[in-house]
Design a protein. Structure first.
Length: 412
């Protein structure tokens, strides 16, 4: 049985349920040859040795064509089906394992209309903080911001503010839920800052020892190569809670949200990752002495050099309780969020719902701890919340109820 066959059957069952009917006509080479019932499709799901003897894809296309012509809502349902069709092997196996019985007896409750808007940002979601305590909201409709010593401007050249002196000041940019922003640092390094994240950095990198920034949350870095001598490049350091990353010039992603494991994924080049522990301060750029730039948890740290690891492209380091583990991974999938996509492979439902909470600015409540179900697929920021939850319902043994800004996850 080819994978696509199960996806089409899932779509057909959803179509029958949504239209409150128990059968529809089927085609062979665009010629109608009879009909198929809900019960027959369910029988097919449970018997892998049976093959469909008709063109189910043509059947679904014909029905959808009539629906689109008659009902505007059919467009929304088609997008849900398309989302489901993007789900990977793990999701299709969940269809077969759990069946469709619950799905068609207790549909998802989407009573709140507040979350049907496209996932976007607003001005309060992106904040620039200065060392003098001033907080400036940044325009979310600009592509990003460029830091050039005494001047900050948007990517299109519009000046945010400028100073007449050459003093180095400490800056931070933070995003709330739904926020995402691009930052070009004084050395030319480009950073994509994901939702609910904060990046702290100086307005210029002084000296020739190190370039140091601090991260809480998730960011993707394309680090510029800076030379002081023909054979000496200035290292770029990313500090996060309990971890230091040292690079010379490379592309990598760091996910370091509070109270979670830190994941560092290398796309290009080489990075050295060293765990941090308490009781000895880390050497820092003199520009990082401002209280704003204190370490993430305000404790002095020391490097655990014996546990340091060096990553190669398409490897991911996970730091848990000061222990680093390295695994192979598709790095491009990890940075899909920079293009406003989210790709997941063999990921538990709880981890996916954490992304949903951040992207759609909702709180996730679990009535019971969900079963360990590994899912694979992709979602886009343009997907509406109800479409996304409907697709997750098809892929798992859970269903979802939305009340205001709260999503309750309910086990079957």
């Amino acid at each position: 049985m080819k994978l696509y066959a199960h996806q089409l059957v899932a779509e057909a069952l959803s179509l029958l349920h949504d239209n409150n009917t128990d059968c529809f006509p089927v085609y062979d080479q665009e010629v109608p040859i009879g009909k198929i019932t809900y019960a027959e499709l369910m029988f097919f799901v449970g018997h892998h040795e049976i093959k469909l003897q008709f063109d189910l894809r043509t059947t679904l296309s014909a029905i959808k064509g009539m629906q689109i012509a008659q009902h505007q809502m059919a467009q929304k349902k088609a997008r849900i089906s398309k989302w489901v069709a993007r789900l990977g092997t793990a999701v299709v196996l969940m269809f077969v394992l759990f069946g469709f019985t619950w799905l068609f007896s207790d549909p998802v409750d989407f009573r709140s209309g507040n979350h049907n808007d496209k996932s976007g940002t607003d001005a309060k979601n992106i904040i620039l903080a200065l060392s003098n305590g001033m907080h400036l909201p940044l325009d979310p409709y600009k592509e990003g911001i460029v830091v050039d010593h005494s001047k900050l401007s948007y990517n299109d050249g519009t000046v945010v503010f400028s100073r007449n002196d050459n003093r180095t000041t400490n800056l931070s940019i933070s995003t709330a839920r739904k926020g995402i922003y691009q930052i070009t640092l004084p050395d030319g390094t480009r950073v994509w800052l994901n939702a609910s994240s904060k990046l702290s950095f100086p307005s210029t990198f002084t000296g020739s020892a190190k370039r140091i920034v601090r991260l809480s949350g998730e960011a993707y870095f394309e680090v510029a190569k800076v030379w002081t001598k023909p054979n000496h490049r200035i290292p770029f350091i990313v500090l996060s809670d309990n971890q230091e990353i040292e690079v010379l010039g490379t592309h990598f992603n760091v996910r370091a949200y509070p109270k979670t494991s830190i994941k560092t994924t290398l796309v290009e080049g080489t990075v050295r990752i060293t765990p941090l522990t308490d009781n000895q301060p880390v050497s820092a750029d003199p520009a990082m002495t401002d209280p704003m730039m204190a370490s993430v948890n305000n404790q002095s740290k020391r490097l655990l050099q014996s546990q340091a690891v060096v990553l190669k492209p398409d490897q991911q380091a996970t730091l848990t309780a000061q222990q680093l583990t390295v695994s192979a991974i598709d790095a491009e999938g990890t940075i899909a969020w920079t293009k406003k996509d989210f790709t997941f492979r063999n990921m538990p439902l709880e981890a996916i719902m954490n992304v949903v909470a951040s992207w759609y600015d909702v709180d996730i409540i679990y009535q019971q701890k969900p079963n360990i179900v590994l899912l694979g697929g992709s979602l886009q920021r343009s997907d509406q919340l109800d479409e996304l939850l409907a697709a997750l319902t098809l892929a798992s043994n859970m269903h979802f109820k939305v009340h205001g800004r709260q999503v309750t996850v309910i086990k079957q």
